[in-house]
Design a protein around this ligand. Structure first.
Ligand code: GLV
Length: 356
């Protein structure tokens, strides 16, 4: 019986509330020699297929759509050779110590890896795989969708239509701002930032600016986009779109200084990581009219508590971290993370490895 079948049968036997961990076993004779891997969640089928058909590892999995608890994680990683994790799992010294010296590779099913301690991995000689490129298109698409929903006040308008606020047609009612002739500022001109500019160009954007740790002339010249300091990005942009990674340098970089320099008509969009934004400062900027509106796909913490003040603002659109959420993309991410893990287990080059 195939491992996926075995898992399904187990699930059926134990019922849908089965939230324990289960072993997907290779044939008994081979199992003893195979390195064990731990998968911290139920993952899209393409990823599971690669792992289970490889015959290269014995798979243990947290078989749930909900995250594994810290206690279970620490217990279940003991002695594994590979760890397949998600962005919700904090992989730090404690987890790596719990895994022990057998651990050779961590593979995250995400492009961001701020949840993984690179210093601790490096110290132990553990390799890290991640999933760039395969999600670029989906994230860029959602970024544009969020920008339009925010700037054209789509959620507010739907609510008004449903709740009786839609009276007669009025010249100035529900007016937002358009992209035509606008200046768009990208914070972090990486793969996703560049893909966002490509999608926004046909809307008639007049000029693209970008701020980054360093100029990126190769990418920027093709757009074209002009390198400016963060203050310049704030002052001149009609839309600021955050696409940078969360690092110690970018944590809280979007705070009162940035918001106070932005135009009061400007729109702020973030699809990178919530930690890049000082949310208290953003709240003040939205309430005090320093900026017009914000669209966030990421927050800190996640999920954002339902009573958070940002949820009360009409000029703040909040999505539950869905930028890469297309079926094809999530399967591609799962598959890439699986391939990275197997390559790492065998000491081979990964498809996408984070240099440590
Ligand atoms: C999503 O946020 C990712 O990092 O893949």
């Amino acid at each position: 019986m195939g491992t996926l079948c075995r898992l399904r049968q187990l699930r059926t036997t134990l019922g849908s509330e089965f939230h324990s961990w289960c072993k997907l076993q290779a044939p008994d004779a081979a199992r003893k020699q195979l390195p064990r891997i731990y998968v911290t969640r139920r993952i899209p089928p393409e990823g599971m297929k690669i792992l289970s058909q490889s015959g290269l590892c014995s798979i243990e999995q947290w078989d749930s759509d909900e995250p594994v608890s810290r206690t279970e994680l620490l217990k279940n990683v003991a002695g594994v050779g590979g760890l397949y994790c998600l962005l919700t799992d904090k992989i730090d010294a404690e987890v790596l110590d719990a895994a022990g010296p057998s651990l050779q590779v961590v593979s995250t099913m995400s492009v961001g890896y701020d949840h993984v301690s690179l210093v601790e991995l490096k110290r132990r000689g553990i390799r890290l795989g991640y999933t760039p490129d395969v999600l670029t298109e989906a994230v860029a698409e959602l970024t544009v969708a969020l920008l339009l929903a925010t700037s054209r006040r789509l959620l507010e308008a739907v609510e008004e239509a449903k709740s009786g606020g839609w009276g007669t047609w009025k010249p100035l009612w529900m007016c937002g701002s358009g992209l035509t002739d606008s200046t768009v500022g990208i914070l972090g001109l990486g793969r996703i930032g560049a893909a966002v500019t490509a999608r926004l160009k046909p809307f008639g954007v007049k000029r693209f600016l970008y701020a980054d740790t360093d100029p990126r002339p190769d990418v920027a010249s093709k757009i074209p986009a002009k390198f400016v300091p963060l203050d310049g990005l704030a002052q001149h942009s009609d839309f600021i779109i955050v696409c940078c990674a969360l690092t110690p340098e970018t944590r809280g970089i979007c705070g009162s200084r940035l918001f106070s320099q932005m135009k009061d008509t400007a729109i702020f969009i973030n699809t990178s990581r919530g930690g890049v934004v000082n949310q208290e400062d953003l709240y003040q900027a939205l309430v005090n009219g320093q900026i017009a509106a914000a669209g966030l796909d990421v927050t800190e913490p996640e999920p954002l508590p339902t009573d958070h003040p940002l949820f009360k603002l009409k000029n703040c659109v909040i999505l539950p971290h869905i930028a890469s959420a297309t079926l094809a993309t999530r399967n591609a991410m799962a598959a890439l993370a699986a391939s990275n893990l197997l390559a790492g287990l065998q000491g081979q080059a990964m498809v996408k490895e984070v240099p440590l």
